[in-house]
Design a binder for this molecule. Structure first.
Ligand SMILES: [Mn+2]
Length: 197
């Protein structure tokens, strides 16, 4: 099986980002974004998705975190799209429920080739660790648009905002791990009756 790795560099007047992914990693993350809470979340994707992530972002944080968070989502989405390639042999669909104490989230992903995000989350607070929780949806929208995946994110319950966010990212990692897993019976086969994804 070919290595499923990609590195994408994306520079705009607002942000300069490099994102490297290895879909068959061991869950190590090297993160330099200037946004500690986002790094805590990206670390969950790596650890629970068994995906190696190396993300370096220099953004206009003197304005706020918005451009940097959205553009990390975009760049990471581009890296995933490139690393997953023609999607032959993958499970395509993945889902996971992850709890953290009182919080529970469900994430369902389909490497459909079509961008689509349903984000059904009501955070109990507006910020967590100094991070504006509105930006989580911006991150996932950027990711979905460029990875070309269908993604349903539901926070089913939770009182603590940190727990809500963390269960979403853990479930996202786990769902990704399932969707990207390869079944030897599907080797060389596109998991679609259309024959193309
Ligand atoms: Mn935590």
């Amino acid at each position: 099986m070919a290595e499923r790795k990609a590195t994408v560099e994306r520079n705009t007047l607002e942000t300069r980002i490099t994102a490297a992914v290895n879909l068959d990693g061991t869950g190590t993350a090297t993160l330099e974004t200037g946004i500690p809470f986002l790094e805590h979340m990206l670390d969950q994707i790596a650890r629970h998705g068994l995906i190696d992530l190396d993300i370096n972002a220099k953004g206009d944080l003197h304005i706020d975190d918005h451009h940097t968070v959205e553009d990390i989502g975009i760049t990471l989405g581009q890296a995933f799209a490139r690393a997953v390639g023609d999607k032959k042999g993958i499970m395509r669909y993945g889902h996971a429920y992850c709890p953290l104490d009182e919080a529970l989230s469900r994430v369902v992903i389909d490497f459909s080739g079509r961008p689509g995000l349903t984000f059904n989350v009501t955070f109990t607070r507006a910020t967590v660790g100094g991070f504006d929780v509105d930006l989580f949806m911006e991150f996932f929208q950027g990711f979905v648009n460029h990875a070309q995946v269908t993604l349903h994110v539901d926070n089913l319950r939770g009182d603590n905002t940190h727990h809500q966010a963390e269960t979403i990212f853990k479930a996202f990692g786990r769902a990704m791990r399932m969707a990207l897993a390869e079944d030897p019976r599907m080797a060389g086969v596109t998991p679609s009756t259309k024959g193309v994804l």
